[in-house]
Design a protein around this ligand. Structure first.
Ligand code: F6P
Length: 548
């Protein structure tokens, strides 16, 4: 397969990288007062400012050329047309069909799937309305007050992140809880204050084979049956979301309580499906639709905007620029809105499970750096923890700063302080401060020459650290939908340019298989001599500790 490295735009970018590494952004800003205008995009729910990257107009032109040479537009069309672009699993990638709010049909193998999607949405509406209005009753005839969503990875992070983000939009008529960890502590702590008569469980698992989810669901079932003394109570307290109807039924979920998923929806792109049921129960179905609407708006933008003005494409290209051509190895996601406190965890799965791979579409080793590791934390908390590293370490960590013009929960004086930090941080990361300036400042403060010599080098900030700023008008179901879709399409574009199969996740299988094997040995108190000495030693220590 022709390596991307042989493309002329790629070669030009290698050279551009060498040149741009010698440039400082603060100089580029001084030279070009139009830089913000030139390198920002205004969309309905947010402004994307990418001017604080080490780029010139020439760099952007070459990056757009790269997107063109990699045929991003035609791959995008293939995705929306339902072609099986998830090649290793021979599946279409159609999460966009779940939020297709237009009248335009989306087809798969010649069949319009919009009707199936609509049917699934109707079922979600019906069920979420019943639960919220108290018409869905528990085994003793009481209304449901608490919903526990059991799932992990894509069957947890999306719905939980959105639930957390949109808390101010909930009427709190139902308490929604999430359990993802197989560590019994989480489910024990979640169930302790709950009344089984009024608790509904949603078991979310696309495959319905995930050990952690099945273990938690079995524990929940035992808890319910211990209270009701009657297995028929399960039908009133358990629903499932899965594409594996057979396993869900065998598990004991009533057929009518199973919400379908399709193999053309990847787990980490599934919050728009019935995996989003906890969101609909928490916020009401109308607000769930708003979320879909917001995502659909970005789908339209992604399909229609020229590449130069296409926000997901620009984000993907900048990530590739920073990592592949300038050498960054990680990227921070830094939200300055408390409601987005789970965003970096969510994007970690979305990007790293999608593109954290090292072979191309043909299975050949990729000979260039691909995507960074994604990490992050609420910005303000990060400022008092790891920003030291962002400002002064030898490793450059490009970062996305995400904030809101208006707070959904305004408290006098808070938002200005928050946002002052938001603006100051990207400025500081870009500008830095050189030694001459540091010395001058210390002198102005009346410091001695001896003190200045000692401290000045420690106070130098080299700056020139790339950031994107996404400034949302306000957190809302619609704007959160848009924000997530923005990143989803960024990830898609990165995958196309880097020739990565973004929609499989074989890398999680090896560990799962070994864990099953080890679990069987732990249950029998045996240790296979085939394990390496480290694994044997650890298991021995564990087993002997358990016996004592
Ligand atoms: O182990 C990784 C993974 O397969 C993710 O891709 C997925 O989101 C998660 O596990 C949960 O899978 P499921 O929904 O099938 O339980």
């Amino acid at each position: 397969m022709q390596s991307r490295t042989s493309l002329s735009s790629w070669q030009n970018l290698v050279n551009a990288g060498k040149h741009m590494k010698t440039q400082h952004m603060s100089e580029l800003f001084k030279e070009n007062p139009q830089r913000f205008e030139q390198f920002s995009i205004k969309l309905e729910p947010f402004l994307l400012d990418y001017s604080k990257n080490i780029i010139s107009q020439q760099t952007m032109t070459e990056l757009i050329n790269l997107a063109k040479e990699c045929q991003v537009e035609s791959w995008r069309e293939k995705m929306f047309a339902g072609e099986r672009i998830n090649a290793t699993e021979n599946r279409a990638v159609l999460h966009v069909a779940l939020r297709n709010r237009s009248q335009k049909p989306i087809s798969l193998d010649g069949e319009n799937i919009s009707d199936d999607v609509q049917k699934a949405l109707n079922k979600m509406k019906d069920f979420s309305d019943k639960v919220r209005q108290g018409h869905w009753k528990g085994y003793s005839g009481k209304r449901i007050t608490d919903v526990v969503s059991i799932g992990v990875g894509g069957s947890n992070l999306g719905p939980q992140m959105v639930t957390e983000a949109l808390k101010p939009y909930s009427d709190n008529s139902i308490n929604v809880h999430y359990v993802s960890n197989v560590d019994g502590t989480q489910i024990a702590n979640t169930l302790r204050p709950l009344n089984p008569e009024k608790t509904l469980f949603i078991v979310s698992s696309k495959t319905f084979t995930t050990t952690e989810t099945m273990t938690n669901a079995k524990t929940a079932m035992r808890w319910l049956v211990a209270s009701s003394f009657d297995e028929s109570a399960i039908a009133k307290h358990f629903v499932a979301v899965s594409s594996n109807n057979q396993n869900a039924t065998e598990f004991g979920i009533a057929q009518e309580n199973i919400f379908d998923m399709w193999d053309w929806v990847g787990g980490r792109f599934s919050l728009w499906s019935a995996i989003g049921l906890p969101i609909a129960i928490d916020l009401g179905f109308e607000q769930f639709i708003e979320l879909l609407e917001g995502a659909h708006e970005i789908d339209n933008h992604f399909c229609e905007a020229p590449l130069e003005q296409n926000a997901p494409v620009i984000l993907a290209l900048l990530s590739i620029w920073n990592c592949t051509f300038l050498g960054a190895q990680s990227q921070a996601i830094l939200p300055y809105d408390q409601s987005l406190h789970m965003l970096s965890a969510y994007l970690q799965q979305a990007e790293m499970e999608s593109n954290g791979k090292s072979v191309n579409w043909q299975g050949e080793s990729i000979d260039y750096p691909t995507v960074p590791s994604i990490w992050g934390e609420l910005g303000i908390n990060g400022q008092h923890a790891f920003y030291q590293y962002l400002h002064q370490s030898n490793n450059i960590v490009p970062a996305d700063f995400i904030g809101s013009v208006e707070s959904v929960t305004p408290v006098k004086g808070h938002h200005e302080t928050l946002m002052a930090n938001f603006f100051a941080q990207t400025q500081a990361l870009m500008q830095g401060v050189d030694e001459a300036q540091v010395r001058e400042d210390l002198k102005a403060k009346g410091r001695t020459a001896e003190y200045i010599d000692k401290v000045a080098p420690h106070k130098v900030h080299k700056g020139n650290r790339p950031t994107n700023t996404i400034l949302m008008k306000r957190i809302s179901p619609r704007s959160i939908g848009s924000l997530i879709a923005l990143y989803e399409h960024k990830i898609f574009t990165q995958g196309i340019i880097l020739q990565i199969c973004s929609f499989d996740q074989w890398g999680v299988e090896l560990g799962k298989g070994l864990a099953n094997n080890i679990q069987a040995q732990l249950a029998q108190n045996t240790i296979s001599a085939e394990h390496d000495s480290s694994t044997q030693g650890l298991m021995q220590f564990y087993q002997s500790g358990k016996k004592s």
